[in-house]
Design a protein around this ligand. Structure first.
Ligand SMILES: [Zn+2]
Ligand SMILES: [Zn+2]
Length: 405
């Protein structure tokens, strides 16, 4: 047996050994979902598992109580491979995005890579990244970590996400910016003294329709999406509403198009305020970027998934898919080469962000995905540690794309 094959076998054995524990942790999270920025117990359980297996753990990094950084170096510090864990759930539907699988596959990959690090130079890092769904003070954790330089000394970052349909080595993700709008008017009796009122709901409705009218003129090929709601529009029909609020999200695969979309939404808000005599306050929240793809990394993951016997879509076919969603992992891929495989846990057509998908994370197929995800990431990491040429190719591809951005 070659040296490489022996090391690969160690990694596979390690994942098989720890899989029952990973499944236990994932199912516990599935049954005890915690919302973003409040994932105290999940963060504690995942980071303690790493600690028990020899990792150094720093908790509460960047002032985010449920974030952590765990690392293990053996015979040498470099290269540094990071696995990202998520563990936040959604309101009402629990782990309908399957972040319990992301968290456990992430620590599983770290623990498995650790097994070979007393023989092969390198560092395994596991980052606990809270509030991916954008809730609470730790929302956009990976963006904040990227901006603060947390990933600067990392060579490659990886995470898996569960999905329905066939497993893919990556996916395109949209840039997104959230916009919150508040109109202020004046309350009045709606029948007796309407002339004394300034109707904030009317402003909200006008704004909503103005944004809607602009949808027809969106740039073709930019995969632009605008979604919005009227969140508050009054308290009783016999009172002219003095306050109305809306929330919008603008998305595109073209990062440079986002500021134009934001400006359009702001103009709609100002126009509606002028038309109704309301005051308006617009808050543009910090956005997320679209992701930087990395062909050599995608090729590596494709090879590894196939070696594991996982049915996986060829990367060329995946590239033809239209980007649908957004993730704060995209910001990480602007700093370091990164890959975000989508591992199947349910048949095509089972939508993410549903109760059905949350259930799927706790089935045999969901459990299998934890093992496949951990193995694929750890084996890909091993290849990068053993093959400096491949690592350089990955970094060079990243430099090329980032410089042309
Ligand atoms: Zn989600
Ligand atoms: Zn998700």
């Amino acid at each position: 047996m070659s040296e490489r094959d022996r090391l690969r076998r160690l990694i596979l054995e390690e994942v098989d050994e720890i899989l029952p524990r990973l499944i236990e942790l994932s199912d516990w999270m599935g049954r005890h979902p915690e919302l973003g920025s409040e994932e105290h117990e999940a963060s504690k359980r995942l980071s303690e598992e790493l600690e028990r297996r020899g990792f150094e753990v720093e908790r509460g990094i960047l002032g985010m109580p449920t974030a952590f950084r765990a690392y293990y170096s053996g015979v040498g510090p470099s290269p540094k491979i990071a696995f990202l864990a998520e563990y936040d759930a959604l309101p009402e539907i629990g782990h309908g995005c399957g972040h319990n699988i992301i968290g456990t596959a992430g620590i599983g990959a770290g623990i498995a890579l650790r097994r070979v690090l007393d023989e092969v130079p390198g560092t395994a890092l596991v980052f606990g990244t809270p509030a991916e769904e954008g809730r609470g003070p730790s929302a956009g954790a990976k963006r904040r970590m990227s901006e603060a330089g947390v990933f600067d000394d990392v060579d490659v970052a990886m995470m898996i996400h569960p999905t329905s349909g066939i497993t893919r080595v990556n996916e395109g993700f949209l840039a997104v910016t959230g916009i919150a709008v508040e109109f202020r008017g004046r309350m009045a009796h709606a029948a007796a003294f309407p002339h004394l009122g300034v109707n904030a709901l009317n402003a909200a409705v006008l704004m909503y329709m103005a944004v809607h009218a602009n949808r027809q003129q969106l740039k073709r090929g930019a995969n632009a999406v605008i979604h919005g709601i009227i969140k508050e529009g009054g308290v009783a029909s016999n009172i002219i509403p003095d306050r109305a609020t809306l929330q919008f999200g603008v998305r595109s695969s073209d990062d440079d198009y986002i500021p134009e979309l934001v400006e359009m939404v702001e103009n709609c808000a100002r126009g509606a305020a002028l038309a109704t005599g309301c005051e308006v306050h617009v808050e543009v929240r910090p956005g997320l970027k679209s992701n930087v793809r990395n062909q050599p990394l995608e090729g590596l993951l494709y090879r590894v998934f196939r070696e594991l016997g996982e049915e996986v879509e060829p990367p060329e076919a995946t590239s033809k898919r239209i980007p649908l969603a957004s993730t704060d992992f995209s910001d990480v891929t602007h700093v370091v080469p990164g890959v975000h495989p989508m591992v199947s846990i349910a048949p095509e057509g089972v939508a993410l962000h549903t109760r059905e998908f949350a259930e799927a994370t706790m089935t045999e197929r969901g459990h299998k995905a934890i093992g496949i995800g951990a193995k694929a990431m750890a084996l890909a990491a091993l290849e990068l540690l053993l093959d400096p040429r491949l690592l350089e190719e990955v970094k060079e591809a990243h430099r090329r794309v980032v410089e042309s951005h």
